[in-house]
Design a protein around this ligand. Structure first.
Ligand code: CP
Ligand code: NVA
Length: 316
């Protein structure tokens, strides 16, 4: 059996493949309903969620529907997993009925084992490690704003080192844009960890990926500022107060934004916490593109579905 077309991480796709996905997504932005015959008529997508989601599950359900297929929402609590059916049997059963699985899990082992057992493509709908579907939508937003001369674009990442950070690192490694990371020293990957190795690898591939000493250094010359919740799904809730203390100087406020390029935009994957990681003034301000970014989840999910379900080929 051929390996299914899993959509796991952006570093598994070449710059040419990412460009083809973005071009396909742009093509599917309007009109929302494709001309007949719908390219994924009769196809079924299972949406298996082990954690909360607003954008990911709704945009994927809408995307498969608009492409002519159907989505089945599967909250983990409604399967037999918690009454003793094994993960392997669950993945095998789901594979009997559907063409692909969108899986969100904050347990990395669960996710990896599901991928290993699934006989149909699995799409990473967010893990503790990465969030590639979201960053693909961010890339479309950047491309719509600044064009696709990636080497001329600088993105500043401000805040924790988390699943979004890693997907940005993967994207910058492949596309070559400058990525300036400003992360509190206590939250940076320690020497000897897989994240430290990832940083070394991506900086070797793209020397424009830099670690900055301050948020101000990161935003200088930046075309886009982006941040994320200080407390991700699956994080230890008891660590929240300490996180808030560690990240105070990383809140994105107008005074910081003013030090970026005059045409710089603000991005946030959402959900946002106003006046925690970003001021309401910036999030709701004229240079915020968060709703364009959220809207871009729909066409980018379509591109991902077309590829995973075999209706789109990508260059190597
Ligand atoms: N950005 C994002 O993935 O949002 P949800 O958690 O609402 O899916
Ligand atoms: N880092 C965030 C992203 C939410 C879309 C989280 O994992 O909760």
């Amino acid at each position: 059996m051929a390996t299914p077309r899993h959509f796991l991480d952006l570093d598994g796709f070449s710059a040419q493949a990412l460009t083809a996905l973005l071009t396909t997504a742009a093509h599917h932005k309007a009109p929302r309903r494709p001309a007949a015959p719908p390219p994924l008529a009769g196809r079924i997508l299972a949406l298996l969620f082990q954690a909360q989601s607003t954008r990911t599950r709704i945009s994927f359900a809408a995307a498969i529907g608009q492409l002519g297929g159907q989505g089945i929402l599967l909250p983990r609590s409604e399967l037999h997993l918690d009454r003793g059916e094994t993960l392997a049997d669950t993945a095998a059963a789901i594979s009997c009925y559907v063409d692909a699985v969108l899986l969100r899990s904050t347990e990395q082992n669960f996710f990896d084992q599901f991928v290993a057992e699934s006989r149909v493509p699995v799409i990473n709908g967010l893990t503790e490690h990465s969030h590639p579907c979201q960053v693909l939508a961010d890339l479309l937003t950047l491309r719509e704003t600044f064009g696709d001369n990636w080497h001329a674009i600088r993105v500043a990442w401000l805040g924790p080192f988390n699943n979004m950070t890693r997907s940005y690192l993967h994207a910058a490694e492949q596309l070559g844009f400058a990525l300036a990371l400003s992360v509190p020293p206590a939250l940076l990957p320690k020497t000897g960890t897989p994240d430290h190795a990832l940083l070394t690898r991506v900086q070797t591939a793209n020397p424009q990926i830099t670690l900055c000493d301050s948020p101000e250094e990161a935003v200088t010359g930046a075309h886009a500022l982006t941040t994320d919740t200080w407390h991700s799904l699956g994080d230890d809730a008891t660590a929240h107060a300490k996180r808030v203390e560690q990240l105070q100087a990383w809140r994105v406020e107008e005074s910081l934004f003013a030090q970026a390029n005059p045409d710089a935009i603000f991005l946030h994957c959402l959900p946002a916490h106003r006046d925690e990681e970003v001021s309401a003034e910036v999030l709701d301000g004229a240079r915020s593109r968060v709703w364009q970014q959220a809207s871009n989840r729909l066409p980018t999910q379509k591109a991902i579905l077309l590829w995973t379900m075999g209706s789109l080929d990508l260059p190597a």
